[in-house]
Design a protein around this ligand. Structure first.
Ligand code: SF4
Length: 216
């Protein structure tokens, strides 16, 4: 709360909505959660706010460093370039998967599968299917949905992509990155290639648990 107030005090306080949020307070909350970049507040570009902007950058960057120090894989102790949070209002990062099962994936199905290369069985809800590829929200095993609906076993699935919000330094499109999806039950750093970047919203393809480097 204290940090939120500090950020709020340093924002222009115009509540003009240019940033896409109704008020500076909402913008401050989004900044705290890593859902938006500071440059969305165009008012801060004015000379009179230069000092405030610099203080805000320091404040946010120091927060990121604290966060980043927590983004070390629990299994191999590798350090991630950033962590990937869910898109706003969503329950996990989106995983795009391809299934080898003869069963057809459909929207709203609850499924159970083991991602290729990962020892953990995932529980998920299918949120869309496009050309045979399904986007899912991961719901378990640590937080399975409380429902009587049947959970369909899909066997081994290949995870092609993740979509989420980057918390940390933004990479370039095309860059190979190490990242920690915040819903990963193992706290395992993943690797992939950034193929889309819109502000801090990213799609990362070629997901792999092999990251070819050890930080220890
Ligand atoms: S653009 Fe800046 S001044 Fe305007 S509401 Fe957003 S944070 Fe406040």
């Amino acid at each position: 709360m204290e940090k939120h107030n500090l950020i709020l005090q340093l924002l222009p306080g115009f509540n003009c909505g240019i940033c896409g949020f109704q008020s500076c307070e909402n913008f401050a909350s989004a900044l705290m959660e890593g859902q938006v970049q500071l440059n969305k507040c165009r008012v801060l570009e004015q000379n009179r706010f230069r000092e405030n902007r610099s203080k805000l950058e320091q404040l946010i960057f120091s927060g990121m460093q604290d966060e980043m120090n927590r983004f070390i894989g629990l299994i191999d102790h590798c350090k991630a370039d950033f962590c990937l949070n869910p898109l706003p209002g969503e329950i996990s990062c989106r995983e795009t998967l391809v299934s080898f099962s003869p069963l057809k994936l459909e929207k709203d199905m609850l499924i159970r599968y083991r991602p290729l290369g990962c020892p953990i069985t995932h529980f998920a809800r299918v949120i869309s299917v496009d050309h045979g590829l399904a986007d899912v929200w991961v719901t378990g095993p640590d937080r399975q949905e409380n429902t009587n609906k049947e959970i369909i076993f899909m066997g081994v699935c290949m995870i092609l992509s993740f979509q989420g919000i980057i918390m940390g330094k933004l990479p370039d499109v095309g860059q190979t990155v190490k990242f920690l999806p915040t819903h990963c039950m193992m706290g395992k750093v993943h690797s992939g290639v950034v193929v889309q970047l819109e502000d801090n919203r990213a799609r990362i393809d070629c997901i792999d648990l092999k990251i070819w480097e050890h930080a220890r």
